[in-house]
Design a protein around this ligand. Structure first.
Ligand code: AMP
Ligand code: ZN
Length: 404
């Protein structure tokens, strides 16, 4: 038996690489922030789901059982990302003359299709819809209210961020920065600029497509409470790992921490992992910039979704990846070459796992999911004349458990 290889992950909470230890031996509870299903997800979003998948695959490669939850946000995510603006689902419904439910269903299905094309593992993964957990969200808000963390205004129930001692600890965001962001949307009834909505009331005289009764009044839950309530319902009060894109660090994830820790009286998450953005010409791929590309558009230009995955793996998840057609075309060519090589030259007979290569691969995988090094190792292995084709084949198939 070779010595075990420790798993290291970069934790946004400490800003450092840390050795991973689960709360319960052999089991990892992981929550990945999922899509808001009002529109087709773009390939920038896909990077987050590929990170979720890589984390799971690396954990499974280390023999952990992974309990995984990816939420589907089908209500409450407002266009401003804060507490003002319209609900993205309601707005899309009005614009397109469809119901919010129809829109949610359509984009949830497309989301499943997209992640399947990217070989994202989903066996055993739970995909809770926020609208199916409204009772749990209301119950959590009640707990927060009873312990003095929530207060009511004329337009909703808010979380009092000054009552939560460590507010903003994730990513070490200076309070002034958080306040600056929060001030954009003016709400004079909020006690503090960083306070955020737990529950919003339906406007007077307005009938929303998705609204629920509550002790405070008819309305709908805030986007942040969804994640806190669904993670608790499905994974418990404490999680090992939580992931998302870096844009979620300052507000969404700090708000999740505040709600969960105030309600559960326990540390919410031990390891926070965040992927950097996909950019185009130096700007984040995003709806507001209007530079979106989805997987179909790649396929239309002859680039298979798995070539996009391959390209993602050649950049470390914490480094920004600048999308260019040349770059993904290069990845497509490389992946085709790899497949050809595998099929034409490595045959169909299995050999044995090469322990030197396997240990190297494992070390890279365990070094904060260093996929660029792991992909480079694939090519080193292929070119290595000292190995038999059968052993190469078996060793590559072993790597593929992580690379997908
Ligand atoms: P949303 O559906 O807007 O909640 O976003 C889904 C996921 O995609 C979140 O984890 C975001 O942080 C992530 N995300 C959004 N834009 C990008 C981008 N350009 N590059 C990488 N991740 C992104
Ligand atoms: Zn979330």
């Amino acid at each position: 038996m070779s010595t075990p290889i420790p798993l290291y992950l970069h934790n946004t909470l400490s800003g450092k690489q840390e050795e991973f230890t689960p709360l319960k031996e052999g089991l990892v509870r992981m929550y990945n922030c999922g899509p808001t299903v009002y529109d087709r997800a773009h390939i920038g979003n896909m990077r987050s789901y590929v990170l979720a998948d890589l984390a799971r695959r690396v954990l499974e490669y280390n023999d952990y059982t992974v309990k995984q939850v990816i939420n589907i946000t089908d209500v409450g995510h407002l266009t401003s990302n804060a507490d003002e603006g319209e609900d993205k689902l309601e707005k899309a419904a009005q614009q397109r003359g469809e119901t919010a439910q129809e829109i949610a269903k359509k984009y949830t299905e497309l989301f499943f299709e997209d992640i399947a094309k990217l070989n994202v593992r989903t066996e055993g993964t739970e995909f809770p819809r926020a609208t199916a957990y409204v009772n749990e969200q209301i119950a959590m808000i009640q707990t927060l209210e009873q312990s003095g963390y929530a207060y009511k205004t004329s337009d909703g129930v808010y979380f009092d961020t000054f009552a939560f001692k460590d507010y903003g600890k994730l990513g070490d965001i200076p309070t002034e920065k958080l306040e600056e962001g929060a001030r954009v949307e003016k709400n004079n009834e909020k006690r503090n600029p960083t306070d955020f909505a737990l529950w919003k009331f339906s406007k007077e005289g307005e009938k929303r497509q998705q609204e629920w009764d509550s002790t405070w009044g008819v309305g709908f839950p805030g986007w942040h409470i969804e994640c806190s309530a669904m993670s608790r319902a499905l994974l418990g009060r404490q999680l090992d790992i939580h992931t998302g894109g870096i844009d979620h660090i300052p507000v969404h994830h700090n708000n999740e921490i505040a709600q969960s820790e105030a309600a559960n009286k326990k540390k919410f998450v031990n390891y926070w992992l965040h992927n950097a953005f996909i950019t185009i010409e130096g700007r984040r791929m995003g709806k507001s910039v209007g530079n979106l590309i989805n997987l179909d558009q790649l396929s239309d230009r002859g680039i298979a979704p798995l070539s996009y995955r391959y390209w993602l793996l050649t950049v470390h998840y914490r480094a920004p990846a600048n999308f260019t057609w040349e770059a993904v075309e290069g990845a497509h060519t490389a992946l085709k070459k790899l497949h050809r090589h595998f099929v034409d030259e490595l045959g169909s007979k299995d050999g044995s796992l090469d322990s030197t290569y396997q240990e190297k691969f494992h070390t890279y995988a365990n070094d904060d999911i260093d996929t660029p090094k792991a992909v480079a190792l694939v090519w080193d292995l292929i070119k290595d004349r000292a190995l038999t084709t059968e052993d190469k084949r078996t060793t590559l198939l072993n790597f593929d458990n992580v690379l997908g």
